[in-house]
Design a protein around this ligand. Structure first.
Ligand SMILES: NC(=O)c1ccc[n+]([C@@H]2O[C@H](COP(=O)([O-])OP(=O)(O)OC[C@H]3O[C@@H](n4cnc5c(N)ncnc54)[C@H](OP(=O)(O)O)[C@@H]3O)[C@@H](O)[C@H]2O)c1
Length: 176
């Protein structure tokens, strides 16, 4: 696998993943609102997934309906194809850890979608899921909680992708 799409590529986790895959000489495509992709709009997500269907891996680091839009559209594009999708969920679905109730609800909706396709879908695309607790990106800098290093979270995600022919990480919670 040599090409990867990273949504949220300007964020803490997304920018680090983009950099690390570039260091491995993978072809990378990053997308965020800052370069014209607001995935809250399902048409933007649809066009994006159609154009990038030739890539091998999607790492979906955004949140909310935009994250689910990208996941649903790319899952459809890659149905029964040997591709890999990694969605970044949150430990916030286990208990209320965000000031916004919607955040936890959005991530719970993502869990539901991921679990559903893992159970009912074909072997490919591989749909992997990780639910971190706090890590040290800008999003969480105002939080007093102990935090993992973003680099460790990125390394685990890359290991999940690398291991996909041996096993599938269906749902992993990580925390400090
Ligand atoms: N940081 C933590 O402690 C923590 C803990 C648990 C889970 N997570 C999850 O881990 C993932 C990465 O977190 P992070 O801290 O790296 O996030 P972040 O730094 O806040 O970055 C979010 C990224 O998403 C992009 N984005 C936001 N809304 C978008 C939209 N509608 N369409 C397209 N792009 C959009 C942002 O760029 P633009 O503003 O340019 O669009 C940015 O690149 C997220 O799914 C988050 O929920 C984080």
């Amino acid at each position: 696998m040599k090409s990867v799409i990273v949504t949220g590529h300007t964020g803490g986790l997304g920018s680090l993943l983009t950099q690390k895959y570039k260091e491995r000489d993978w072809c990378t495509f990053g997308a965020s609102r800052s370069n014209g992709y607001d995935f809250v709009d399902p048409t933007v997500a649809q066009n994006f997934c159609e154009q990038l269907r030739g890539y091998d891996v999607l790492i979906n680091t955004i949140t909310g309906i935009g994250q689910r839009n990208v996941f649903e559209k790319m899952y459809h594009e890659w149905y029964s194809k040997q591709k890999v999708i990694v969605n970044i969920g949150s430990r916030a679905t286990q208990y209320h850890m965000s000031p916004s109730l919607y955040y936890g609800a959005d991530k719970a909706a993502l869990d539901y979608l991921v679990n559903s396709v893992q159970v009912t879908g074909p072997k490919w695309p591989a749909v992997l899921h990780i639910r971190p607790g706090y890590f040290d990106s800008k999003r969480s800098e105002h939080k007093p909680n102990p935090k993992m290093k973003t680099e460790d979270v990125a390394d685990i995600i890359m290991w999940m992708v690398d291991s996909v022919d041996k096993f599938r990480v269906l749902d992993m919670v990580i925390s400090i």
